[in-house]
Design a protein around this ligand. Sequence first.
Ligand code: UDP
Ligand code: MG
Length: 318
Amino acid sequence: MKLLTISVPAYNEETMIVPLYERIVEVMNEVKETYTFELLFINDGSKDGTLDQMKALHKKDNRVVFVDLSRNYGKEVAMAAGFDYAKGDALVTMDADLQHPPEVILEMLKLWELGYEDVYAKRNRREGETWLKKATSKMYYRILQKVARIPVLPDAGDFRLLDRRCIEALKQMRETNRYTKGLYSWIGFKKIEVTFDAAPRYDGQSKWNYQSLINLALEGITSYTTFPLRLSTYSGFIVSAAAFIYMIYLFIKTLLFGADTSGFPSLMIIILFLGGVQLISIGIIGEYLGRIFQEVKKRPLYFVESYNEDKETVNEKG
Ligand code: UDP
Ligand code: MG
């Protein structure tokens, strides 16, 4: 019997826990001859009854286990906790809101048996999402794809099956500014895609607002490529070269025709333009510097309040 860990980060999802559990049991019953499963919930500092739901399920069914983080760390870190606590030969990460249909797991398992180590599910359609979210996400991936050397797959999110080898690899990536989608491509291994139709959220509200999406997008670019740094170097060069040519032109013009104060507007334009370029470059450098600052602290990724209600000793895994 192979053990499959199904890891689910959950933040304020009290109404989803039981329906999700029921759907998963239904699906896993179909393959109960070959696989046992462990449903690993990561409670990411929920403020509602999510933890109580997990506790109740754990009492009822010992295949349900949970890790209770000491506060809300965000989904990326919660998923990292999932990698740390998974016991399975393979792991499936999925969202709690049933946007990832559990039935796809069966298809993933088949591909895993064929030797694929990272089976990622790709959305076909996005129901219940605004056109603005769809359009911005499409544009973002197009840009990221262009600047990153490693392909990041659009529409392939955090619904995937990972072989034990991938889990061990991901466990070694302890960066605090996490962009897990980038990490999946970074570690390599044999990948294959399955497609699925994303369902609308089962209940409640998406926790992502535009602010946090923009933050994650920035994370994706800056933790993944140094292209923006090079971009600012290039533009610096181009602007300086243009300014240099203009300087020579002004010099010759003054020698031949004498000085006049009519150059004031062009002077202002150049000063303002250069000032802008410099501010942008400093901002980009600041983005990277900030991330270095975060990483050199070498803080643990997270702290755990309890694992299946047993108090964990501080910093055992984080
Ligand atoms: N989530 C989490 N911590 C957070 C925010 C979200 O663990 O701080 C979980 C959430 O419970 C869900 C998954 O991440 O299981 C995806 O969240 P959501 O459905 O809000 O995002 P979307 O589907 O809109 O991308
Ligand atoms: Mg969702």
